[in-house]
Design a protein around this ligand. Structure first.
Ligand code: ATP
Ligand code: MG
Length: 334
């Protein structure tokens, strides 16, 4: 079965993720998929939270921190700048403090605290998480392609969703209990009840956002998660381990894509021994991949003559990935 068939047979899967170890081709396949789908007439967003700005590299355009940028007709790419979001948070907090206490300037001790909090790694994580939630619940595109960071991190984000969820559940329950007391207090002071309600409402909103986004990202009907693998011993082993872990987080694994296969036709030509050895080695591990993942292997992508950058190369990868020609544009294409 080809990847194109899989997409056609599951038109409801609009959230696409490519996972795998570092450097195997996640960003390359995310871009190629976005391009292919946009050529089919869909409005597509491919986005990343990676501070390495790898979508900028592959599309040959600086898009970091600029929101969704239109790369080609119906093809949008976005690189989230977590620091920018943290700065926006800080400004918001400063604004609230000035407002609440009617101050002209944030007191030094509080400013120190704001600065220190922003340096916490958890702050960056939550800024990124929040940005992803915004994108995913936005509903502006036909397809969302999440260009993931290497495996460990992706798992971390998934586990974050459940940790957040538990934490917010606890606080919400606490708040709801407190509200009973607050109602008594409210008889004495009306204003207080309103404040309590606001906090509860805000928590419930956060909970709703987290639930919605993590539900989407683990929903078998709406999400497809593809593992990228290469014909190498360690990569196959690690992928197998990771897929077991992912399954535990209910990630709907939709198939495996093999990347960087040296074209075997080369073996018919005069080639140096080391290249012949690599081809032989790949043949062995391609066999292993077939035994391990069998029918779930959806595409085999060759090693190209150079790095994948620019729409022309992306188009070639898309053809190998989907197993059919990229449709000619419907007008306005570069
Ligand atoms: N089939 C291929 N042929 C030639 N070069 C490739 C192929 N697939 C990927 N590459 C190149 O390999 C490098 C790594 O690919 P890519 O950035 O897509 O990996 P990644 O999995 O996103 O990496 P990271 O884990 O760092 O995000 C890039 O320079 C890319 O152009
Ligand atoms: Mg990448």
């Amino acid at each position: 079965m080809s990847l194109a068939t899989v997409f056609r047979e599951h038109p409801n899967r609009r959230y696409i993720e490519f996972g795998g170890k570092g450097g195997l081709g996640k960003t390359t396949f995310s871009a190629a998929t976005a391009y292919w789908l946009s050529r089919q007439g869909y409005k597509v967003l491919v986005f990343s939270v990676d501070p390495q700005a790898s979508l900028s590299d592959i599309f040959e355009r600086d898009i970091f921190g600029q929101g969704p940028v239109e790369i080609a007709p119906r093809l949008y790419a976005q690189e989230i700048d977590a620091d920018q979001r943290i700065r926006a948070y800080q400004d918001e907090i400063r604004g609230k403090i000035l407002d609440m206490y009617g101050l002209e300037k944030v007191p030094d001790e509080i400013e120190d605290y704001i600065q220190a909090a922003a340096a916490e790694p958890a702050m960056e994580e939550s800024a990124i998480f929040d940005a992803v939630v915004d994108i995913v619940v936005g509903g502006e595109y036909d397809y969302y392609i999440y260009d993931l960071v290497p495996l460990g991190h992706a798992l971390y984000y998934l586990s974050m969703a459940s940790v957040y969820d538990e934490w917010i559940d606890k606080i919400t329950t606490l708040r709801e209990d407190m509200q009973e007391y607050a109602q008594v207090a409210a008889i004495l002071e009306r204003k207080k009840e309103r404040e309590e309600d606001q906090i509860l409402a805000e928590l419930q909103d956060i909970k709703w956002r987290i639930n919605t986004s993590s539900r989407i990202l683990t929903d078998r009907e709406k999400t497809a998660f593809f593992f990228v693998v290469t014909p190498e011993e360690m990569i196959i082993q690690d992928t197998l381990k990771a897929s077991t872990l992912f399954a535990r987080y209910q990630v709907p694994i939709s198939g495996y894509i093999v990347n960087r296969i040296i074209p075997p036709e080369l073996a018919q030509q005069e080639i140096p021994a080391y290249l012949q050895n690599r081809i032989d080695m790949q043949v062995r591990f391609l066999d292993r991949i077939d035994q391990t993942f069998g029918q779930e292997v959806l595409a085999r992508v060759p090693e190209f003559e150079r790095d994948i950058t620019g729409l022309e190369m992306i188009g070639k990868v898309a053809e190998a990935l989907f197993g059919e020609a990229v449709p000619a544009g419907t007008g306005g294409e570069a």
